[in-house]
Design a protein around this ligand. Structure first.
Ligand code: NAP
Length: 300
């Protein structure tokens, strides 16, 4: 339980509603900033404006998945209020107050360092990345169906990268009956790809390997699907780039060659915001309970 914990949930989209639901169920007291247009009321949660918040008793601040932008602005889907998080606000919080965000950037790193408050990036955690790979793959399947006139079953699919997303993508498309090749650079990844019953290749050979590809799915956040690679693909190849912006594809060249290339960021929040929110809510609940437990232990 989170009884006695005071937490500010600052901005966000539908995923945040699952977090609010879970934390109120666990008896935390919540201040909701950037939610005044939300019709639903949660017992134990109070909607507040940023300038009304008493930061001095906050045990944790929860930001949306993107955190802030580079000017400190926090996205608020359920409000027109301009919410800007500053180091001054963080300095008003107790020293133990932890900031939770999906990802971070120079601004958020800067203000948390200046205020000397711990920042936890949930998307850096393996468990979150692996759970999130499930809705990511479902969104990828949706895109493959929408943008091709052939079945996934029987098609040649090349996956680049065997990380948390790449492994789930390769496994699921294989289960749908596609012929899967996976490109990786580590020998242990090549071994794992073989063990999974898929065809491995070293990333050095990507140009030769895409010659019969119907769908290429990239998960490597680095320019890897270069003009030279694209020039070797059949004209009907669909590229789905899952890597974080700006992706790993030369989109300009793909367009020039008439190859359909789609950058597909944030699929979990698009195709399954409820599940994506629950994934974050479950991990956050655990982290907050651990934090509360540690502090109670120290107080004793
Ligand atoms: P990950 O586990 O870190 O996997 C990244 C993959 O890229 C690994 O196979 C890694 O191989 C490879 N890689 C990284 N740098 C490389 C380099 N310089 N040369 C060759 N290979 C390199 O990450 P992930 O969780 O799978 O996520 C992959 C990407 O998808 C990230 O950009 C993430 O932000 C994004 N993502 C997108 C969505 C969406 O909805 N589109 C959802 C979740 C995640 P090594 O092990 O050899 O480094």
């Amino acid at each position: 339980m989170l009884t006695g914990m005071q937490i500010a949930v600052i901005g966000g989209d539908a995923r945040q509603l699952e977090i609010i639901r879970k934390l109120t169920e666990l008896d935390a007291r919540l201040s909701l900033i950037g939610f005044e247009q939300l019709d639903h009321a949660f017992t134990g949660a109070v909607k507040e404006k940023l300038d009304e918040v008493d930061f001095s008793n906050m045990d944790a601040l929860i930001l949306p998945v993107p955190g802030t932008n580079l000017e400190g602005h926090v996205e608020t889907i359920f409000s027109n209020e301009k919410v800007i998080l500053t180091a001054e606000m963080l300095l008003k919080t107790p020293e133990h107050c932890t900031i939770y965000s999906g990802i971070s950037n120079a601004y958020l790193n800067g203000i948390t360092t200046e205020a000397n408050r711990p920042l936890i990036q949930l998307f850096e955690r393996d468990d979150v990345a692996i759970y999130n790979s499930i809705p990511t793959v479902e969104g990828t399947i949706m895109m493959a169906i929408q943008h091709t006139d052939f079945t996934i079953h029987g098609s040649n699919i090349t996956v680049l990268g065997l990380g948390r997303v790449g492994m789930s993508v390769a496994r699921t498309f294989h289960a749908l009956g596609a012929k899967i090749k996976v490109g990786a650079r580590k020998t242990e990844h090549l071994a794992r790809i073989t063990e999974m019953g898929l065809t491995p290749f070293h990333l050095n050979e990507v140009e030769q390997q895409v010659k019969d590809t119907d769908i290429l799915i990239n998960t490597i956040p680095l320019l890897i699907v270069t003009a030279s690679v694209i020039s070797k693909m059949p004209a009907h190849t669909l590229i789905i780039d899952l890597a974080s912006k700006p992706g790993g594809t030369d989109f300009r060249y793909a367009e020039k060659r008439g190859i359909k290339a789609l950058l597909a960021p944030g699929l979990p929040g698009i195709v399954a915001p409820k599940t994506a929110g629950q994934i974050l809510a479950n991990v956050l609940a655990q982290l907050l309970q651990d934090d509360l437990g540690k502090r109670k232990g120290k107080i004793k």
